[in-house]
Design a protein around this ligand. Structure first.
Ligand code: PGA
Ligand code: ZN
Length: 422
């Protein structure tokens, strides 16, 4: 059971403060967990508590969240059995009492929730993926690698947020990762030749200024071919449009165009037909349910349509989506909902209703690698962990390499069994 909980303010990959928690058990086991932070947040995400004290870190400090762990959460958790994850998460959810964790902060609650799980795994002596998923956890996810960054993650002119490569055709995670890196290196060369800059954005993808989304997709195709792979067969493409970021008064304002929802749907379908795109995330605004329905009816049977800002890892919003036949997959971000138990409930709801789950990082990350274990444990078959550079992204990939190695013959790569994107 829990002996002490320690919380502290640390930095994320953007240099912004975030919270980490250490949970110490009486048997000596310690769990350490760190919380990420988004830039293009969904309106309906759980509340991330920041100090707002402009004299520190431009108001972004998290000392209040740290204090809430110490003063509100810890006193009620001491002595509780760390293996009772759901009980612990419910205690915290009830202590907050707000519905969106705005009293204590989703960042404070998640730090403790994850640290409890890590301490629990240590206590019974199993790796985190087995603690979450049991002895049968063996499915290595297909990585959706975000090699060109735009939108809120970059200072360039691209409105679409993420242009991803998806090494579906590999036979192992290790091979998938190598293919991704080889394409990434080739992409750098192609950009260089065109006199385009190869600086990177928040998730490690390149951030060139480009005249259109099509040019970005063409660059990916060229890089895949130069690396010796076949677009679509070996390596497919995926988009995170993050359309909520450029939606205004019922219109989608993207590049040099202002699209009505109908025209924007046509544009997405045109791209999907023109390129080997297998997954589109947040193709429409987070409250544009009616057009999400049209989009799903039109291409949902052949294309993975992922709700991120739309569903925010929230079972209530996912339920609405299931009822309305909106999307067919959900992005899973622990800090959008703020506890492990609720996250797993949302994944279950998705699975029972034929929705795919993609476990995801945030644009502001830490060296915490729990999402790699979570992806294997939940058999989600897909992970978004960014590009092929920046330590906080690579940490997740390296963790997956380690898990695959540890599983040996038992490891299965999701691409080979059709568990990757549709
Ligand atoms: P965020 O972006 O972490 O900045 O919200 C990630 C995403 O939209 O998938
Ligand atoms: Zn997204």
């Amino acid at each position: 059971s829990i002996e002490t909980i320690i919380a502290r303010e640390i930095l994320d990959s953007r240099g912004k403060p975030t919270i980490e928690a250490e949970v110490h058990l009486f048997n000596g086991s310690i769990g350490l967990a760190q919380v990420p932070s988004g830039a293009s947040k969904g309106t309906f995400e759980a509340y991330e508590m920041r100090d707002g004290d402009q004299s520190r870190y431009h108001g972004k400090g998290v000392l209040k969240a740290v204090k809430n762990v110490e003063k509100i959460l810890t006193p009620k958790l001491l002595g509780v059995d760390a293996l009772n994850q759901a009980t612990i998460d419910n205690i915290m959810i009830n202590l907050d009492g707000s519905g969106n964790k705005s009293n204590v902060g989703a960042n404070a609650i998640l730090a403790v929730s994850l640290a409890v799980a890590k301490a629990g795994a240590k206590a019974i002596g199993v790796p985190l993926y087995r603690y979450f998923g049991g002895s049968f956890a063996n499915l290595l996810p297909v990585p959706l690698m975000n090699v060109i960054n735009g939108g809120a993650h970059a200072a360039n002119n691209l409105d679409f947020q993420e242009f991803m490569i998806v090494p579906l055709g590999a036979t192992s995670f290790r091979e998938a990762l190598r293919w991704g890196v080889e394409v990434f290196f080739n992409l750098a060369q192609v950009l260089n030749e065109k006199g385009l800059l190869t600086g990177v954005g928040d998730e490690g993808g390149f951030t060139p200024n480009l005249e259109s989304n099509e040019i970005a997709l063409d660059l990916l195709i060229t890089a895949i071919e130069r690396a010796g792979y076949k677009p679509g067969k070996h390596i497919a493409l995926a988009l995170d449009v993050a359309a909520s970021e450029f939606y205004k008064d019922g219109q989608y304002i993207c590049g040099y165009h202002t699209y009505s929802p109908e025209k924007f749907i046509d544009y997405l379908i045109k791209l999907a037909n023109q390129y080997p795109i297998i997954s589109i995330e947040d193709g429409l605004h987070e409250e544009d349910w009616i057009n999400w329905q049209y989009l799903t009816a039109k291409i949902g049977s052949t294309m993975q349509l992922v709700g991120d800002d739309l569903f925010v890892t929230n079972s209530q919003r996912l339920k609405k989506g299931i009822q309305k036949k909106v999307g067919n997959a959900i992005l899973i971000k622990l800090n959008q909902i703020g506890s492990l138990t609720e996250t797993l409930e949302t994944i279950d709801l998705a699975t029972y209703n034929g929705f795919r789950s993609l476990i995801s990082h945030r644009s502001g990350e830490t060296e915490d690698t729990a999402i790699a274990d979570l992806a294997v444990a939940t058999r989600s078959g897909q992970i978004k962990a960014g590009s092929l550079c920046r330590g906080e992204r690579i940490a997740k990939y390296n963790r997956l390499l380690r898990i695959e190695h540890e599983l040996g013959e038992r490891a299965i790569y999701a691409g080979t069994v059709g568990m990757g994107p549709k």
